[in-house]
Design a protein around this ligand. Structure first.
Ligand SMILES: Cc1cc2nc3c(=O)[nH]c(=O)nc-3n(C[C@H](O)[C@H](O)[C@H](O)COP(=O)(O)OP(=O)(O)OC[C@H]3O[C@@H](n4cnc5c(N)ncnc54)[C@H](O)[C@@H]3O)c2cc1C
Length: 603
């Protein structure tokens, strides 16, 4: 069975030493609640819960999957008990507002915890994961009545939430939605339609399930401008607010899928189900975006969790597995062969996993500070800036970290050799589980269009400039720091190039809109590598400063510096390929006639 220890030392490096979380918490509304003792207790207890409760269920969930019987879904053995412990421990309410029964702690703490949950059991983590976004959408857009009925139950965790967007004919393009909502005399609605791929759509963990459903009103405008958002509970709450009459929504079937077997992916049939409007009519997509943005960052964290889990197990294996001798001569002379960690190519794979997961953690915790400021900041200008930066970084967190998550988990299989392909080691499960993260919550292609089209070009690069200016200021401040030169010079060059590439694509797009789509994924990956380069340079600075004064942990800081060096020398050059591909433009993609693609074979 794979092992996992939450990387608390590394998390504390990022939070306390690199990003000054104690100071950051001090500037937030009620930030004193996140005192050092509380933060430590939460992180340590979260780490224990992940390791002792969730990890042992990860392979069980993968093997057993979910079962649909008479419209009810049975989750794998142990999932229900783990969820009960989670609720009992007060975890769902950690970062929710006190007025809805929450503990009012900063969202960043929930995000740090989320990495541990995703690393130890991604499929289980998706049950409570979606409730968080549902609660957020209701908090921001729901009427007082809806909040009173549903929010505290979601916050407490006794009810869970879902997100119902996808239909058989409509995934990325939500404008095609066919689910209908008919207004009733009492102000409620009757919802009819079929939603597919609904994560946690039906299960036995909680006493009620609250679906947030996109549907169209009878007189709705065509396309995405005519979508409304509704709350549709599985059980309609009775006068006391407890689950009452069964509503007209049932799970028709479960998908058989490549990974996350422990999570129920449901076809949900809505048949005249009673629903309640959230937000204004026809503005449902904007309301749903509140939920989707939370979920997108959450999926990025899934990528991070899986990278870390795969890395930890790869490292243990590479230290233990004996195969061949080092090229420079035997290292473990008392053994019949050297451990594979001596071989440069195995080290390349391990360091790739290490640099990507540690860098990914920096990115998540950097974005988490922005989430905190948006939610609990006290200064309007700072909040506005944080909101803009978070909007820019959300598609990067989602798509870049899940692309890297898939790469890093694949390297995990490779490090294990043939054993990586064998189920009992658990390494192939990480790959299968990671594969979905590049797809749901908007594929990488859709995230890339969001980044380049909406977040960058639509505001003439103004938000991007906020970020590149921050990097520029950092580079200027460290320009004379000789020990950081190896990081600052390439970072400054790439940061400037990001601006040039943006301009070049923007100019081409003025005469041909296809140029945006042709450049977008390379653009997102390029921007992702530059973002991690910025954070790795900051990590290197922190490590160097600490090494000057620290009497212990010197080896930890030296390893941090060496990992930063590896990132800069062996991973950052990938930006060259992405820049070249972007500069090549749309022509070689778009010239071929659609019929010519299949010339030479018939299917
Ligand atoms: C296990 C699982 C769980 C899920 N959970 C949920 C859930 O809880 N709730 C929910 O509502 N949905 C859920 N989904 C659905 C998921 O979000 C969609 O599958 C995803 O958004 C992609 O939609 P699609 O599958 O219809 O692909 P399509 O939209 O048909 O896309 C097919 C391909 O075309 C590309 N493409 C499409 N349009 C463009 C474009 N304009 N430019 C460039 N490329 C484009 C896509 O990137 C993709 O590569 C889940 C899916 C799975 C498999």
């Amino acid at each position: 069975m794979p092992n996992y220890q939450a990387p608390l030392r590394d998390l504390r490096f990022v939070m306390d030493e690199m990003l000054d979380y104690p100071g950051h918490y001090g500037r937030l509304r009620n930030g004193d609640d996140a005192s050092p003792d509380i933060v430590t207790a939460i992180l340590e207890e979260g780490a224990r819960f992940a390791r002792e409760v969730l990890l042992p269920l990860n392979q069980v969930g993968d093997r057993e999957g979910c079962l649909l019987e008479g419209g009810e879904v049975k989750t794998p053995q142990g999932f229900k008990q783990a969820y009960a412990q989670y609720v009992e421990g007060g975890w769902p309410s950690l970062a929710a507002e006190p007025e809805h029964g929450g503990q009012g702690l900063p969202p960043s703490l929930g995000m740090a915890l989320s990495e541990m949950i995703c690393a130890s059991n991604l499929a289980w983590g998706m049950y409570p994961g979606l409730s968080h976004g549902a609660a957020d959408a209701l908090r921001h857009h729901g009427s007082d009545d809806l909040k009173a009925t549903y929010l505290s139950k979601l916050v407490e965790g006794v009810w869970t939430g879902t997100m119902c967007l996808t239909e058989p004919h409509c995934g990325s393009d939500l404008g095609l939605i066919k689910t209908r909502a008919v207004p009733m005399e009492k102000g409620d609605y009757r919802i009819t339609g079929t939603k597919i791929f609904i994560s946690a759509g039906e299960h036995d963990l909680a006493e009620n399930i609250i679906h947030l459903v996109l549907a169209k009103l009878p007189d709705a405008p065509e396309g995405s401008r005519g979508i409304s958002l509704f709350v549709v509970p599985k059980y309609l709450p009775d006068a006391q607010g407890n689950p009452g009459e069964r509503n007209g929504v049932v799970c028709g079937s479960l998908e058989h899928k490549m990974g996350i077997h422990g999570n129920a992916t449901c076809v949900m049939n809505f048949d005249d189900a009673q629903g309640f409007l959230v937000g204004p009519p026809n503005k449902g997509l904007a309301c749903m975006f509140t939920m989707m943005n939370v979920a997108r960052i959450g999926v990025g964290i899934q990528g991070l969790g899986l990278m870390e889990a795969s890395f930890q197990n790869s490292l243990a294996y590479a230290r233990d597995r004996l195969q061949m001798r080092a090229l420079s001569g035997p290292k473990a002379t008392d053994k019949p062969a050297d451990p594979i960690i001596v071989h440069p190519d195995v080290r390349r794979m391990l360091l790739t996993q290490k640099a990507l997961s540690e860098g990914g953690r920096m990115l998540v915790m950097y974005a988490a500070q922005l989430v905190d400021v948006v939610e609990l900041g006290e200064d309007d200008a700072e909040k506005k800036r944080a909101e803009a930066l978070l909007g820019l970084l959300t598609p990067i967190v989602k798509a870049f970290l899940t692309e890297l998550g898939f790469e890093a988990t694949n390297e995990g299989v490779q490090i294990f050799g043939g054993h990586g392909f064998i189920q009992e080691w658990g390494m192939e499960q990480f790959v299968r589980d990671a594969r979905i993260t590049r797809l749901y919550e908007g594929t990488t292609g859709i995230q890339a269009l969001d980044l380049l089209g909406r977040k960058v070009l639509m505001d003439q690069g103004e938000t991007l400039k906020l970020f590149t200016k921050e990097i520029h200021k950092f580079c200027q401040a460290e320009a004379d720091n000789a020990s950081l030169k190896e990081f600052i010079e390439p970072l400054a060059r790439l940061n400037a190039e990001l601006g040039e590439l943006t301009m070049a694509v923007g100019m081409k797009a003025m005469s041909d809109r296809e140029e945006v789509g042709a450049a977008s994924v390379d653009y997102l990956l390029y921007a992702g590598y530059v973002t991690l380069a910025y954070l790795w340079a900051r990590a290197a600075r922190t490590a160097l400063t600490a090494m000057e004064s620290a009497s212990d942990s010197i080896e930890y800081y030296r390893a941090k510096l060496e990992t930063a060096r590896f990132y800069y020398q062996r991973l950052l050059p990938r930006t060259r390929a992405h820049a070249e591909a972007m500069r090549a433009g749309a022509e070689s993609l778009m010239t071929m006639d659609v019929d010519a693609f299949g010339l030479g074979f018939e299917m």
